[in-house]
Structure formats: structure tokens, C-alpha cells
Write a protein that binds this ligand. Structure first.
Ligand code: ATP
Ligand code: MG
Length: 633
């Protein structure tokens, strides 16, 4: 860790209140807070107690005096060939109209509003309108099917649902409304009203009289509306967001208002280095935490222009993101490793033909960033690529390099250091602290910093039991991820604590085996799972995607490559970690947010039911796994 950052981080832990009091000046307060932190009921932390503020005010209203005519949001859709700009003034107008519409449908402070929407500007407007009213939004990713949507409706019991006729993905229309209707019929908590943006994409679009309302019609009735900001105590809830559910039943992460605003503003300054008037491009979706924090709230709080993109990274061609960076002079970009791996399979001229000189950094998060991918993207971009690590629960980075405080050298494969505010350490399973180069659980000594989840929605008990009960004698927040810290203080994430396989008594992380497989230059991507084995307990099984299909064109070629890959694992980790088989596929089953569905792969490999697949990106990927594990050797 660099000297300067080390000191910055130390102070954030040792003088918590002083540190965060300073950061709190980055946002507007309607009423100043009485106390920076109240921590009388661990692990529940209350930040900026007594202070009153509002996320919509900080993201929109406060910029009107200085940047009303600056672009706030640029909507780009390569699905519908649309480009639309909203200045801060126009965004303010739209948010006021939407807030008035919501009010007319009975929405007020503390009410839940569920959003099930494609990446259209109305989604951001609706989120901000909720924030304005003090209503609690719960955005459900548009890719979820009715069953998953219904469980979230049941849990959040929304007064209003905002949705749309359809989304589009890769040129295909995805009908939302029938899924929503079905979800509402499945749900025990039926909303009083549904507000619908009709994009005209679905010719069979239907509405339910009395319940369904048309966005455009109601908007037209409130064109001149001005809805005053509802000032909220810092610890009132701003939103609920369910975790991706990669490892099981989703949890309703509840976020506060003031702590979140401060955490985001501080992260824009110290981590992302996004300045007012500049442009940020985050390639996520509003259904995920990255979309909440770094498409909508943080760039707007920072007075930036945010790019709101509907489309895939390879349409019309694999240069589309870099064209956006060039055309909009993007300075901060945020994406996910999975997308970069997709682009890596394409010709690098798609990147290089664009003028990317405006770019300062590319940040990546969401899953492990393997070294070859990290090297490749850093080389072709010619700009630093920062791997950083965080979770839905934390709302902003936990491990990162912090270039706004000190530029530290990148180590490939490492998301660097604990972010300021996090007393992040590595814990052995007995709760004692691990030393350098020792694999252990990534944990945080509470209180968690501002911006992190305040509880699980409606279930304080589940909050404590889920996150703070891994170690018997110490109250520690568990990330459920393995990590390791080297002698220079760089951290490496080694996979999830439930991704461990036990081969003849040896505990091996699937992530480490994946790294070893990936060290073979022919391999683009790989998933390793443990499958039951009579003799050894469990055996690793690898599913690999190759860069050049010629390498697996014939059975002989496949067998030869399989041997080479096994030898690579032997060389790196020893024969104990050698996969029983290396199957070659063209695609791995992933969630829409790019996370490997390891649980489902493992289930199929053991001949079990793959489980809940509503977030699966492409069903044919699972079919390939099915075929691979059934094929004779
Ligand atoms: P659920 O908790 O419901 O199973 P999830 O953990 O997949 O879902 P997210 O909160 O979206 O939902 O993902 C956070 C997880 O993603 C982290 O706990 C970690 O496993 C992984 N992750 C995020 N960033 C990185 C990174 N830079 N390197 C390695 N892993 C990462
Ligand atoms: Mg998780």
C-alpha cells in the first residue's frame, strides 16, 4: 500500500467521525446532522444521525444553479437506434412530472415502488422521483421471469409498480407486460396501481382497466408540476435491492439516504475521479447495484453526464462501447470482466480504431478479473484498468486502488487495497486473523462505513444472522468470499466460501483451479466445479471455452488440448487439483449480470436439477454442459 493512501485509510478507521464529517461536506444537507455515527446497537450503524437530506435533491436540484444546461443523462439505445439528451433542467422537469404522477397514484413517503423496467430514461426518472417523494424504490432486473418477480413483489409489498411493454436485447423484443401480469397474479401482495411506459414494441400489449395507467397520458397532465423535495432523516430507507441470488435466496438489501449520498460522493472524488462536467459510462443495468450507484446516483451527485445505454457490447459491432467513449469524451468507464472477455474474442482493432484519449480509467467489478484479460484490456486501451471488488450489500467498493488519493501500481489479478472506511481484514475460520499469503475469509470489522446496507428489508434478525454470525466470538461482517493478502498489502479474491471442493481431504478453491486452467494460452474462459466422487469425495471438473475453435475441431485435437490443460494445472497447483475432465464448450452458463452459475453447472454434472434459472443469460449454454457431461469419454 502506498504511504499516502495508507495514512488516508488509517485515519478513516482511527478517526472515523472526523473522516466522515469531512466527506459529508460533499453533499447538501437541509438540516445538519447531530452526530456522525451512532453505534449503540452493534452491528446496526446509524450515520449522520438527525441530519436531513434527499438523494434527488443532491443528484438533480442542487445542480440547477450551476449546470442547468449541461447534459445530465444521455440515453443511447443501439436496440431502437435512439439518442436522447436530458440537461439537468430537463431531468428536473421530468422528475417533477413523474413525482406528481406517482403522488396522484397515492405514493408517499415510506411507500414502496417496484420498478421492472428496461434501460430507458424513464427508469432513472422514476427512481429519482421516488427519492424526491421519500418513497422506497425496489428495482427488479428486467430479465427476471414472473416467479422471481412475484417473490420480490411479495417481499416488498409495493403500492405501485412501474413497468413497460417490452425491452429489447440483441435486436429481439422481450415482452415484459405478460411476465408482470403473471407475477402480480402469483403474488399475495397485489399493488393498487401499475404505471406503464408503452414503447410500442409489443403489438399484443394489453392493459388491465382500473389498475394500469399510461405514463405518457398521466405525464401530459402534470407538465408544469413542481413537487417539493421530501426531506428525510439520514437513516430512513432510500431503496431495497435484492442480491443477485447467485448463491441462493435473494436478500432485500436496505440502504439509507444520507450515508449512501456521502459514500457515493466520496467515491467519485477519491476512487473514480469523476469531476463535474465530465462524462461517466457504466455498462451495467439499473437492475443491479452497479446501476443504482454508478449509472444513476453517483455520477449525477457528482454533476457529471451519465451515459444510459440500452444494448449489448457487440452490436452493431464490437466497437460500439469505444465509439461511445470517443463520441462523448468519456473520462470514467465502469464495466465487468465478463464483457471484456466477450470483447477479447473479437479483433482488437475494434478498440484501437477509436480515439480514447479522454479516458482516465476503466474500472471493472462483479467477478474475478483473470490476469490475461486484465493485461489484454490494459494493453489495447493504453489506460489503467482498475479491478475493484464489492457487493450489492456494500453499495460501493470494498477493495480498490484509490487513484484520487494516491496512484499505486496495479498488480494483475488483484483489486488492491481495502477502501477507506472499511476495517477489512482476513479471518481464519476460527475467527483469528490470518497473516500475509494465507488464504482466509474476507471480513469487515463493524461498524460498516456509510453507504453499506443498514439491514435486510423487514428482517433485522436475518441481517445479523446472515452477515455477522460466521465467527462465534466476534461480531464480523462476512463477505462469504475467500481472499489472500500479499506482503505488499495487495489483496486477491479466491472465490466464494461455498465454492470449495474437497478432494481426498484437500480443500481446493474452484477459483484457483480456474486460474491454473486459464494460464493455458488457448483458453479464453473456464468454469470449474466439484462433483461427487466415490473414491475421493469430490473431483474438479472443468468446462472451458477456447479462443480458436480449430483447437477443438476434432476429437483428437480435443484430447490433446485436454492433456495440455491438465498438465498446466499439474504444473501450477499439483496433480491433486487436476480436473477429472476438461470439457470444451462454446459458452458458459451465466446470469445476466455475468456471474457464472456454478451451482447449476455442478447440479447438472451430478445429474441433479439445475435449480432456479430465471437469471440465465442463454439456455443453450446449459444444454452444452448437459451434453458434455453425458458424452462418453
Ligand atoms: P448472492 O449474494 O445473492 O448469491 P451475488 O453475491 O452474486 O448474489 P452481488 O452482490 O452482485 O451478488 O455480487 C457480489 C460478489 O461478486 C462478491 O461477493 C464476489 O463474490 C463477486 N465479486 C465482485 N467483484 C469482484 C472482483 N473484483 N473480484 C472477484 N470477485 C468479485
Ligand atoms: Mg453475495
Amino acid at each position: 500500500m502506498g504511504q499516502v493512501y495508507n495514512e488516508f485509510h488509517r485515519r478513516s478507521i482511527e478517526d472515523r467521525e472526523g473522516f466522515w464529517r469531512e466527506q459529508a461536506a460533499l453533499v447538501d444537507w437541509h438540516k445538519p446532522f447531530d452526530r456522525v455515527l451512532e453505534y449503540s446497537r452493534p452491528p446496526f450503524a446509524r450515520w449522520f444521525v438527525g441530519g436531513e437530506t434527499n438523494l434527488c435533491h443532491n443528484a438533480v436540484d442542487r445542480h440547477l444553479a450551476t449546470r442547468a444546461d449541461q447534459k445530465a443523462l444521455v440515453f443511447l439505445s443501439t436496440e431502437t437506434d435512439t439518442e436522447q439528451h436530458y440537461t439537468y433542467r430537463q431531468l428536473h422537469d421530468e422528475v417533477n412530472r413523474c413525482a406528481a404522477v406517482m403522488q396522484s397514484l397515492g405514493v408517499g413517503r415510506g411507500d414502496r415502488v417496484l420498478l421492472y423496467m428496461p434501460m430507458i430514461p424513464e427508469a432513472a426518472v422514476a427512481m429519482l422521483a421516488c427519492a424526491r417523494l421519500g418513497a422506497i424504490h425496489s428495482v427488479v432486473f428486467g430479465g427476471f421471469a414472473s416467479h422471481s418477480l412475484a417473490t420480490r413483489i411479495d417481499d416488498a409489498s409495493p403500492k405501485l409498480i412501474v413497468s413497460s411493454d417490452a425491452g429489447m436485447r440483441g435486436g429481439k423484443v422481450v415482452r415484459y407486460k405478460p411476465l408482470l401480469d403473471e407475477a402480480i397474479s402469483l403474488s399475495g401482495n397485489k399493488p393498487e396501481a401499475v404505471l406503464l411506459v408503452n414503447r410500442g414494441l409489443d403489438p399484443e400489449y394489453t392493459t388491465v382497466p382500473g389498475r394500469d395507467h399510461d405514463w405518457a397520458t398521466l405525464r401530459a397532465r402534470h407538465m408544469d408540476a413542481r413537487v417539493p423535495v421530501t426531506w428525510l432523516e439520514s437513516n430512513e430507507p432510500s431503496y431495497i435491492l435484492y442480491t443477485s441470488g447467485t448463491t441462493g435466496k435473494p436478500k432485500g438489501v436496505q440502504r439509507d439516504v444520507g450515508g449512501y449520498a456521502v459514500a457515493l460522493a466520496a467515491s467519485m472524488k477519491h476512487i473514480y475521479q469523476g469531476n463535474p462536467g465530465e462524462t461517466m459510462f457504466t455498462t451495467s443495468d439499473i437492475g443491479w447495484v452497479v446501476g443504482h450507484s454508478y449509472i444513476v446516483y453517483a455520477p449525477l451527485i457528482a454533476g457529471m453526464t451519465t451515459i444510459f445505454y440500452e444494448g449489448v457490447p457487440i452490436r452493431p459491432d464490437a466497437g460500439i462501447w469505444w465509439k461511445i467513449v470517443q463520441d462523448h469524451r468519456v473520462t470514467v468507464m465502469f464495466s465487468a470482466p465478463t464483457a471484456i472477455r466477450v470483447l477479447k474474442k473479437q479483433d482488437e482493432s475494434f478498440v484501437k480504431r477509436h480515439d480514447l484519449s479522454s479516458l482516465r480509467h476503466l474500472f471493472l467489478a462483479g467477478e474475478p478479473l483473470d490476469e490475461p484479460t486484465h493485461r489484454w484490456i490494459a494493453d489495447v486501451l493504453g489506460h489503467p484498468v482498475i479491478d475493484h471488488y464489492w457487493q450489492t450489500e456494500t453499495g460501493w467498493p470494498m477493495l480498490t486502488s484509490v487513484p484520487g488519493v494516491e496512484a499505486t501500481p496495479v498488480k494483475f489479478g488483484s483489486p488492491s487495497f481495502p477502501a477507506y472506511g472499511y476495517d477489512l481484514r482476513l479471518f481464519r475460520e476460527d475467527g483469528s486473523e490470518a497473516g500475509a499469503d494465507e488464504k482466509a475469509v474476507v471480513g469487515v470489522v463493524p461498524p460498516l462505513p456509510p453507504g453499506c446496507l443498514s439491514t435486510v428489508w423487514g428482517d433485522d434478525d436475518r441481517f445479523v444472522k446472515t452477515y455477522f454470525s460466521m465467527f462465534r466470538d466476534r461480531l464480523i461482517y462476512s463477505s462469504f468470499d475467500w481472499g489472500i493478502r500479499d506482503a505488499d498489502g495487495y489483496h486477491f479474491i479466491l472465490g466464494r466460501t461455498d465454492d470449495v471442493i474437497n478432494v481426498a481431504g484437500h480443500r481446493l478453491g474452484t477459483r484457483e483451479i480456474e486460474e491454473a486452467v486459464q494460464s493455458h494460452t488457448a483458453v479464453a474462459e473456464v468454469a470449474v466445479v466439484g462433483v461427487a466422487d466415490q473414491l475421493k469425495g469430490q473431483m474438479p471438473l472443468a468446462f472451458a471455452v477456447v479462443k480458436d475453435p480449430a483447437r477443438t475441431a476434432t476429437p483428437e485435437a480435443r484430447a490433446a488440448l485436454e492433456k495440455e490443460v491438465m498438465a498446466a494445472v499439474d504444473g501450477q497447483l499439483g496433480a491433486i487439483a487436476r480436473p477429472a475432465r476438461v470439457h470444451f464448450v462454446t459458452m458458459l452458463p451465466k446470469t445476466r449480470s455475468g456471474k457464472l452459475l456454478r451451482r447449476s453447472i455442478q447440479a447438472l454434472a451430478e445429474g441433479r436439477d439445475p435449480g432456479d434459472l430465471t437469471t440465465l443469460e442463454d439456455a443453450t449454454a446449459l444444454d452444452q454442459i448437459r451434453v458434455a457431461v453425458q458424452a462418453p469419454k
